[in-house]
Design a protein around this ligand. Structure first.
Ligand code: UDP
Length: 357
């Protein structure tokens, strides 16, 4: 805990404050610091309990509005979490996905460069592209980035996010940090299709929805792709390590070697790597335990082709294993929540929240 966390004059702007990551970050900032928050989003259902907090000001808006962008950039710390990040939309609505993930954050970066704010921009681990099954650790400043052809619109999201990273890194006078989330999971993730969202959410929400509905989990292309799942609570701890590294007095002393500025960081947990088929089986078991039934009563997973499931233009990253050495070296941060704990807390929340869905 650094003294700056008690500084009541600091306001953090959180763009996408009502989303999955934003709602947890908002809670943590209000609990662990005396800071104020300026929160921007279009949907506030996850943060109802904070709407009347005297340390918060909320605005129903998005970054398409230039006056909103300028207003956000008045605050000294700006965290940008806003994005279209529903996989099925990457194929169906590529132009909107690109605008949301490039045009809008680039405008915000311009405004922050002008005002002198520190922009912490959430990018994605998808920028590592079409990785193969035997690809090694993904290292922030070293890994080769390969994407599919332009007709494979799966990569609309990744390439827009990557262009934004490059734009941010190229802006003179911008104080920036880029973070690349590796499959964050936890309570409030995504949505239940047909209940509070449409399209296909990310795998954990989709599997949870199928379990609650008693339907088979769908294994895209056999479920052989691997992901490293990271607790959203670890991600919030990463953010505090980042704040500390930049704001504490000791940071000014060893500014050159330890600064988190002008750096992209993976946030991930390489110890939580699973194939999607392994994930499906773990989730079936945990769900059976939560419900107090035998796992044999839970439908077996079914295989489906990626193109059939997501539409033309779907391709996949076969392995996404983060190097976390940089976050450890510069911030002293390491994710610690094991996979079984992360999955259980996510699924328990989902079952409780949507049991009538
Ligand atoms: N996937 C799956 N069944 C689903 C949803 C996703 O097998 O119902 C697979 C998907 O093809 C990918 C992995 O799970 O290989 C992770 O997909 P997700 O949409 O969560 O995001 P990604 O990590 O690809 O960005």
């Amino acid at each position: 805990m650094i003294p700056q966390f008690n500084d009541q004059s600091i306001t953090v702007a959180i763009v996408g404050c009502g989303g999955f990551i934003g709602c947890h970050l908002l809670d943590a900032i209000l609990t662990r610091t005396k800071w104020r928050v300026f929160g921007v989003d279009l949907d506030f259902y996850r943060i109802q309990h904070r709407l009347n907090d005297e340390r918060c000001e909320f605005m129903v808006a998005d970054l398409a509005d230039k006056s909103v962008v300028e207003r956000i950039a008045k605050y000294p710390i700006v965290v940008n979490l806003a994005a279209i990040c529903t996989p099925s939309r990457y194929m169906a609505e590529a132009p909107e996905v690109i605008r949301s993930n490039y045009d809008h954050p680039a405008a915000l970066a311009d405004a922050c460069a002008k005002s002198g704010s520190w922009l912490i921009h959430f990018s994605t681990s998808e920028i590592y592209g079409r990785t193969s099954a035997d690809s090694d650790l993904l290292v922030e400043d070293e890994s080769e980035l390969t994407f599919g052809p332009v007709t494979a619109s799966r990569w609309s999201y990744a390439t827009a996010k990557l262009l934004t990273e490059r734009y941010i890194a190229g802006l003179k006078n911008l104080k920036w940090t880029v973070v690349r989330p590796f499959n964050f999971v936890g309570p409030y993730m995504d949505f239940m299709p047909g209940v509070d969202g449409s399209g296909i959410p990310r795998v954990l929400a989709n599997f949870s929805s199928a379990l609650v509905r008693g339907e088979p989990l769908k294994l895209v292309n056999g479920g052989v792709a691997k992901r490293s799942f990271t607790s959203v609570f670890d991600a919030v701890d990463f953010m505090f390590a980042l704040f500390e590294a930049e704001l504490s007095t000791s940071a000014t002393e060893n500014a050159a070697e330890k600064s988190p500025l002008s750096q992209a960081f993976n946030i991930g947990n390489p110890e939580n790597e699973l194939t999607i088929a392994e994930l499906a089986n773990k989730m079936r078991k945990i769900f059976a335990e939560i419900k107090g039934v035998s796992v044999d009563t839970i439908p077996e997973p079914e295989e489906v082709s990626g193109v059939e499931y997501y539409g033309e233009g779907y391709e996949d990253s076969m392995r996404r294993l983060p190097s976390v050495e940089k976050a450890e070296r510069l911030l002293g941060f390491k994710a610690k929540t094991p996979i079984d704990v992360v999955l259980r807390e996510s699924l328990e929340w989902f079952v409780g929240h949507y049991s009538n869905g």
